[in-house]
Write a protein that binds this ligand. Structure first.
Ligand code: NAD
Length: 425
């Protein structure tokens, strides 16, 4: 039960904080869950129906925000867990948003470009009534991207009969996207890692890094990390991993992966394994490499109680959502391997989505340097607050991040009125 596991993260927080039990009750269930069957006309003239989800978990702190995933494993459990994490993440980052998530159960690599466009527009038609720039704002997630966000914004404009670019973020630059959004998640994760290193490991030598997942988040993280002088020694994608203890050339690997683009679609069909100059590894072996930092930028549940004892990295950086299970968390904590948690490490994406929403609503657009500077300011400030909580409560960085986010959520829930308040009048 994936959502049950996700929700378990709240228990240690409520043990540490003196919080009204109504907050726990409110945060234990999503506010609204919607399922729709989306009909799509295929290129050969036949009709297929895909199941789509939109879950608005909590909107106490503002309109809900969360990406849309196209993946064969998407189901209600997964989308609910992701919407819960978005709620915590927006609070951790101090953004004026609640949390949501969406998805479609589909293998998009089996569809043509035009079929993906029809599915994307169908998703918006199915959920338009509950979306809006002051209600619920989607964004990209696994196997959705800026092109798809552009189609979705266009479909919404046709339904609403007005331009409302703030309805969705992660759009292409020419369709009111924000500079810096494409690499915000990787960039934000690096800011969080650098703050962590400065705080906990100030005298460390050149760090070695292994990156699981070479999509939007993993590629940009690896690229910027290498630019900053870190040694990226291993990279994997769904087809396998490559390794060189002297360091890989991240840009070359990316170029080769892109060149083998047989699908001629919005996706890259190549693999990091096309790079023949490096030793290949299995995906499992990459996770067990002896590196300073293991970066998880693929999918959920990659470190579980099955492999947590084999992890040799000194620090784990969670760019994916939920890549370490609660059981594995305990094993890693006992082995003194720090985990920089997803709700902090991957917040760069939603932070720059917030900047995009602000720019769309004000009509004033920022330069890339401004975006990067504002992103850094938030990542540094919130990382430091989390490190302070970890010290004060003598707890893991994950629990500290949840304490930080839940304090903000509890403040908002309480201010709207609770049992104690109404009893006292
Ligand atoms: P993406 O679709 O661009 O890339 C996913 C990558 O993971 C691909 O390279 C794929 O080949 C690889 N992959 C899949 N299964 C794998 C496996 N078993 N082993 C190794 N690699 C595997 O997706 P993305 O946008 O980069 O998102 C990755 C993760 O980061 C997701 O958990 C997502 O929710 C999270 N995230 C992304 C953003 C963002 O802005 N892109 C923001 C916050 C969180």
């Amino acid at each position: 039960m994936m959502f049950e596991l996700a929700r378990q993260r709240l228990a240690p927080v409520f043990n540490l904080l003196d919080i009204n039990e109504e907050v726990m009750i409110r945060l234990s269930v999503p506010k609204r869950t919607i399922v729709a069957n989306i009909p799509v006309r295929m290129d050969d003239g036949t009709l297929r129906v895909f199941t789509g989800y939109r879950i608005q978990y909590d909107d106490t702190r503002g309109p809900t925000k969360g990406g849309i995933r196209f993946h064969p494993d998407v189901d209600m459990q997964e989308v609910t867990s992701l919407s819960f994490w978005m709620t915590v993440k927006c609070a951790v980052a101090g953004l004026p948003f609640g949390g949501a998530k969406g998805g479609v159960t589909v293998n998009p690599k089996e569809l043509s470009l035009m079929e993906i466009e029809r599915l994307s527009r169908g998703y918006i038609r199915a959920f338009a009534d509950v979306l809006g720039e002051k209600r619920d704002i989607p964004a990209p997630d696994v196997y959705t991207n800026a092109t798809i966000m552009g189609w979705m914004a266009d479909e919404y404009a046709m339904i609403a009969r007005r331009q409302e670019p703030g309805i969705i973020t992660g759009k292409p630059l020419h369709l009111n996207g924000s500079k810096g959004r494409e690499f915000a998640t990787g960039q934000g994760a690096l800011f969080a890692l650098q703050e962590y290193l400065e705080h906990y490991k100030p005298s460390s030598e050149q760090m070695t890094i292994a990156v699981q997942g070479f999509g939007n988040a993993g590629f940009h993280f690896a690229r910027i990390a290498q630019q900053c002088g870190y040694r990226v020694v291993a990279i994997s994608d769904s087809q396998g991993a490559i390794y060189d203890p002297k360091g890989l050339n991240v840009l070359d690997v990316h170029r080769l992966k892109q060149e083998d683009n047989r699908l001629a679609s919005v996706y890259c069909d190549g693999s990091v394994c096309n790079e023949l100059d490096y030793e290949t590894l299995s995906n499992e072996a990459l996770l067990e490499l002896n590196v300073d930092v293991l970066v998880l930028a693929a999918l959920e549940n990659q470190i579980t109680e099955q492999n947590a004892h084999q992890i040799q990295a000194k620090t784990v950086l969670e760019i994916a959502n939920g890549p370490v299970s609660p059981d594995a968390d305990q094993i890693l904590e006992a082995r003194e391997i720090d985990v920089i948690p997803d709700v902090l490490a991957n917040a760069g994406g939603v932070i720059v989505s917030y900047f995009e929403w602000v720019q769309n609503r004000s009509g004033m657009y920022w330069e890339e340097a401004e975006v990067e500077q504002q992103l850094k300011k938030i990542m540094v400030k919130e990382s430091q607050s989390i490190f302070d909580h970890a010290k004060k409560h003598k707890c893991s960085l994950r629990t500290a991040a949840y304490v930080h986010g839940v304090e903000r959520l509890a403040g908002a829930i309480d201010q709207r009125g609770n049992h104690k308040l109404f009893k006292s009048v």
